[in-house]
Design a protein around this ligand. Structure first.
Ligand code: SF4
Length: 322
């Protein structure tokens, strides 16, 4: 595979690093700086990130001496316009009341958040089984911008910070993978551990995203639809405003869906919650239950009463490892 790199370099390929504000993509960005060649950095803004992440991405270039990060955002304005026509023409035939149709048409407008626009257009939130968010909010807008950066139709090297030990799906991922068109996906840190990733941050004097010191295992949507129970509990305790924001999104998406119902998390997320999985119920379940997840737990109740620690890291970042 060394020959792939040599061939791409000889052809003047453009290096493009995808940044998310998380530890792995930041390490990939730092590695690209160390390689010493010019590169482009892209961030796909889902409109559903924590403010700490936005701030982190905004400051990355200034703190590291690397290139400014370009922001890309998916745009669903034409899909929303098409859905508005569909609602106006077809919902009445399907037995939806005029009052609900009028309300849906009033609400169904681009909001400024790609994530919310996507869900309002689809009339639902993504789920593990229908994880359209990654494709629509990240991969497509990034691919479109990569295409724009390919000099004169030349090759692009798309640097992606994924690691084998993150998930079984990523285990064994090749260093180089030929993608559609004239793009090679490059996975330079695929064999790294999380400790290697944080060590590279330290070498550059760069603090990791503060969310890692606030109990988060991953940085991405706030919350990710695949968030673990412990992470949802942390978010509910530390960032209740994010829970309230998503609760408002649930209301909006429900009102523009023909079923009149939508929850951020899948129905089976929180066993024992009364009606599916509205985020406020899931947040309470995550905070107040432990083993089995069905019954209130005294230990969890006591913990919930006390303020969360100022620093809490599953990566040992609060124990002098920084
Ligand atoms: S972080 Fe989670 S919710 Fe956000 S796009 Fe990725 S899979 Fe979807």
């Amino acid at each position: 595979m060394i020959s792939v790199e040599r061939h791409l370099r000889a052809s003047g390929a453009t290096d493009i690093v995808s940044v998310s504000g998380g530890k792995d993509s930041t390490a990939t960005y730092l590695l690209a700086i160390e390689r010493g060649r010019p590169f482009v950095a892209l961030f796909a803004d889902t409109g559903n990130e924590h403010p700490h992440t936005y701030e982190y991405v905004r400051q990355l270039a200034a703190k590291t001496g690397g290139p400014e990060v370009e922001w890309v955002r998916a745009d669903f304005a034409s899909d929303i316009a098409r859905k508005r026509r569909f609602i106006a023409e077809r919902w009445a035939e399907d037995g939806v009341s005029q009052q609900r149709i009028d309300r849906a048409l009033e609400l169904l407008q681009p909001t400024g958040s790609p994530y919310l626009d996507l869900c309002m257009w689809k009339g639902r939130f993504p789920s593990r089984k229908a994880q359209f968010c990654t494709e629509e909010l990240k991969r497509r807008p990034l691919d479109a911008r990569i295409l724009q950066h390919q000099r004169g139709g030349g090759w692009a090297i798309s640097w992606i910070g994924v690691r084998w030990d993150e998930s079984p799906a990523r285990s064994g991922l090749a260093r180089w993978i030929r993608d559609d068109g004239r793009v090679w996906r490059y996975h330079p840190i695929r064999k790294w551990s999380a400790a290697d990733v944080f060590a590279l941050h330290r070498r550059h004097g760069l603090e990791p995203n503060p969310l890692y010191m606030l109990g988060m295992g991953r940085v991405g949507c706030m919350p990710c639809i695949n968030a673990r129970k412990g992470e949802i509990a942390q978010i509910a305790r530390r960032f209740p405003q994010e829970v309230e924001r998503i609760a408002e999104w649930e209301r909006l998406v429900a009102e523009v869906s023909k079923r009149g119902a939508a929850t951020y998390f899948a129905r089976d997320t929180a066993p024992g919650t009364p009606v599916g999985a509205p985020i406020r119920d899931v947040a309470l379940w995550a905070r107040l239950t432990r083993r089995g997840g069905r019954n209130l737990d005294l230990e969890a109740l006591i913990e919930d009463e006390s303020p969360p620690p100022a620093c809490q890291s599953i990566y040992g970042l609060c124990e002098g490892a920084r």
